[in-house]
Write a protein that binds this ligand. Sequence first.
Ligand code: ATP
Ligand code: MG
Length: 552
Amino acid sequence: METKTSSSNFIRNIVMEDIETGKHKKIITRFPPEPNGYLHIGHAKSIIINFQLADEFSGTTNLRFDDTNPAKEDKEYVKSIEEDVKWLGFQWDNLFFASNYFDEMYKRAVLLIKKSKAYVCDLTADEMKEYRGTLREPGKVSPYVNRTIEENLDLFDRMRKGEFPDGAKVLRARIDMTSPNINMRDPVIYRISHAIHHNTGDKWCIYPMYDYAHPIEDAIEGVTHSICTLEFEDHRPLYDWVVNNCEMESIPRQIEFARLNITNTVMSKRNLKQLVDEQVVDSWDDPRMPTIAGLRRRGYTPESIRNFCREIGVAKANSKVDGQLLEHFIREDLSPKTPRTMAVLRPLKVVITNYPESQVEMLQIENNQDDPSMGTRQVSFSREIYIEREDFMENPIKKYFRLFVGNEVRLKGAYFIKCNEMVKDAEGNVSELHCTYDVETKSGSGFTGRKVKGTIHWVDAINALPAEFRLYEPLILDDEQEDGKTFLDQINPNSIEILQGFIEPNMKDSKPNDKFQFFRHGYFNVDNKYTTAEKLVFNRIVSLKSSFKIQK
Ligand code: ATP
Ligand code: MG
């Protein structure tokens, strides 16, 4: 794979040392998504770290679905996650489901009870909160802490059998209610939930909590380096406690890194789900979404995402990356590989009054000015063409070199045209321009008679294909919110603009996900959802220059 591993990666140093000292012969990493939503670009960072580390040190990587919470999980998400990981360019060595370890987790919980390291507690959620204490005050011991081993074994068995309703009882680890680390104050490790699980159906009505389940999952799989985000740093003592006290044979090591945040970008599955559920966007793969599926549909390539993640590196301190950086990497990736072509997004008709009425000529235009190896294409030219509305001004401002009555411009790859007259519709809007062309000025003819300052693009109106263009801005205006407001109050009302225009006729056989650079407009991808046999729909991936700013 061409993507290099980040040079300054402290996790890599740890792994290297573990191999040099002989602590591990072979490393095993895992990517452990909960199937409760689609993956976003933050997950891409985690995927890349885990797979590339294993790759570099000849280890293996598991894709493990951390499916211990039946309420929010779904098979649709499982499918999308597998697809996204593969699309990013990674293939797991093993595919696992945490729910397949439920029996083992249950056995280990029984072991904890037998060692007096766990007890069944009947406090309500509110009471439990009260007993937990605060950062300044120690917690109070639960009145149920002294149940006998026999009583605990019996109650836990009956919890499993479904004798109690949701929330009636929990199993707690018995650690230390006075610990300065709140996570160690007798955390809940099992709860009752009479829910149908996407994998285990109704076999279980008790489910393990993340902090208990995750270390056991890692240990069962022999994971050597369990890489997670910074918010789990305070959970590490509990992670180690579970591995030790459950007497797991294999001892994984948890290592935390800073999660990826990007400016003007929602980066939490919960919030992304809200955008879908409240129909702020069409779907999880809406091209405005920072999901892998959304980025793919927008036209991002796996290479650009991998290069972006490599550039930002792996750090121990949280920070926010400028969204322009991601745009930089997609431009860099697409620039050498995408053919240039012309599209008119906001059309204005031009009649070339001195061009023969029924004549159509084919002009040869290069597919990439900077790369002759990309060849040329034939573009039809005739008496009527479309240009961009913004390439004409009725009252030209200073230094406006494009069309206005009396001015001459170059049509990219064609002729010079001079505007003689504008035609207005009943409402007074300019509806058509009348121009004349100069046959001497044909592109490639070596004409040196005079110069013009403006070059504009165009498409032949007779043969042009209608097309739809979807232009995007960031979905979120500001990452910070005033008190009492949420990210939903920051939705950018201009996040999408849909335009009906025209493209060159030679693009008629384009397929979904074909990518082009439209002269002066940027990089576009053929949309795989809205494109029909009649009409191509394009998503603008990114403009030619930095566009990560918002029209307020
Ligand atoms: P979210 O907070 O968006 O809901 P999550 O952490 O709950 O995400 P999981 O499915 O539990 O999502 O995450 C799978 C893996 O991806 C975890 O190891 C997690 O640490 C990592 N991950 C999640 N978000 C990011 C991020 N923004 N940057 C880097 N890694 C992330
Ligand atoms: Mg989560």
